[in-house]
Ligand binder design. Structure first.
Ligand SMILES: NC(=O)c1ccc[n+]([C@@H]2O[C@H](COP(=O)([O-])OP(=O)(O)OC[C@H]3O[C@@H](n4cnc5c(N)ncnc54)[C@H](O)[C@@H]3O)[C@@H](O)[C@H]2O)c1
Ligand SMILES: N[C@H](C(=O)O)[C@H](O)COP(=O)(O)O
Length: 332
């Protein structure tokens, strides 16, 4: 059956709308629906010389039809204010969150199979007086899910994170046995069900330099991380660590692994983005719905220029299609 993927362009002053417009030129087996302001999209299309694309307004009650190149389906939501490429406007924060809410609700109500999100600027949403740390946490809260895990992935490398968008100062305190047990449960379950890995081979990073250097450079590695790894090893899973994070991403380790778990955002993501920026996707594991996203931010410098690369958005949509098909198979 044709799947329905909702795509939110994210920050209207960023490259999200440009990338979404570029989808008209691609083939997808599923139905692609942008949840966005059609007037904003038309203005951006004009600026990019893409004004021949037909924008078709849809509602979610019709049966999904495969994407037709040259057209784009739009579920209309009005921007709060005019938007100029490259210029953030806090008056559009409510609009951005409304597009997310509509997409999340549609998935929760089985009117759509997955959401793929474009990039948002977290600061401008906060500047509008709305606390917001990222899509990951927003989707978690809106789906009433106790624990989710952020994972960015390319074909060759999967990097999951034990903590997400928190200040570095708070990371060590956040690494508790309870957190790690929950993260490992979500991660291993998703690697098995969404990625078809029966016994996922996982490398787990330590927190401190050299994984604590036998306790001389910090105690969390031996006292908190190692016992959680041991629990999984006793269940027969090839989980290795805590490994020093500086060498975990060396080829000889990665060749023996399906996925990696970093303790914090900038321990794992620089490696992933260095090796695969533009062809990676971001997935929120542990949600009752499917949410994939791009590996990059709003790139305000490129908005409206036609120079933004849509590789990551294509990967994110294709992955959402695959996950939706997998989940449908599991459900039958
Ligand atoms: N999925 C998301 O919502 C998401 C992801 C990452 C960052 N962000 C947010 O984006 C904002 C800007 O973040 P940043 O400057 O650190 O990262 P960024 O990814 O926006 O930009 C980093 C560099 O990469 C370039 N770049 C980014 N995407 C590109 C693309 N598709 N094609 C070509 N070049 C591209 C930019 O021009 C810039 O030089 C921040 O507010 C951040 O929180 C959001
Ligand atoms: N941590 C992500 C990255 O660096 O690409 C990014 O900030 C987006 O996170 P959300 O998907 O939670 O918005």
């Amino acid at each position: 059956m044709t799947k329905r993927i909702l795509v939110t362009p994210g920050e209207p002053a960023g490259i999200g709308p440009d990338l979404c417009l570029s989808l008209a030129q691609h083939h997808f087996d599923s139905e692609i629906i942008l949840v966005a302001d059609p007037e904003m999209l038309k203005m951006r299309a004009l600026l990019l010389g893409l004004d021949l694309i037909q924008l078709q307004q849809v509602d979610l009650n019709s049966a999904p039809q495969p994407h037709q190149p040259g057209t784009l389906k739009v579920l209309p939501v009005s921007c709060g204010a005019n938007c100029e490429p490259g210029k953030l406007n806090p008056q559009n924060a409510g609009y951005i969150l409304k597009t997310l809410d509509i997409a999340i609700d549609a998935c929760l109500n089985n009117q759509a199979d997955a959401v793929t999100t474009g990039p948002v600027n977290k600061a401008v949403i906060n500047d509008a007086g709305i606390p917001f740390t990222g899509h990951t946490e927003y989707f978690q809260q809106r789906c009433h899910t106790d624990r989710v895990v952020m994972m960015l992935a390319t074909e060759e490398l999967k990097v999951a994170l034990a903590t997400t968008h928190i200040p570095l100062r708070k990371v060590a305190d956040a690494i508790t046995p309870e957190l790690l047990e929950e993260v490992m449960d979500v991660l291993m379950h998703s690697l098995q069900t969404d990625f078809g890995l029966e016994k996922p081979r996982l490398l787990v990073a330590g927190l401190n330099p050299h994984a604590g250097e036998s306790g001389h450079l910090g105690s969390e590695d031996e006292e908190i991380i190692a016992p959680v790894i041991q629990q999984w090893r006793e269940l027969g899973f090839p989980v290795t660590g805590p490994l020093p994070a500086d060498t975990l991403y060396a080829r000889h380790w990665l060749d023996q692994a399906d996925a990696t778990l970093a303790m914090y955002h900038d321990q794992g993501l620089p490696v992933l983005k260095y090796s695969g920026f533009g062809r990676a996707l971001n997935i929120t594991l542990g949600l009752p719905i499917i949410r994939t996203s791009v590996d990059h931010g709003t790139a305000l410098d490129l908005a409206g220029t036609g120079h933004a690369n849509n590789g990551s958005l294509l990967v994110a949509i294709h992955y959402a299609e695959k996950m939706a098909a997998n989940r449908a198979r599991h459900a039958n």
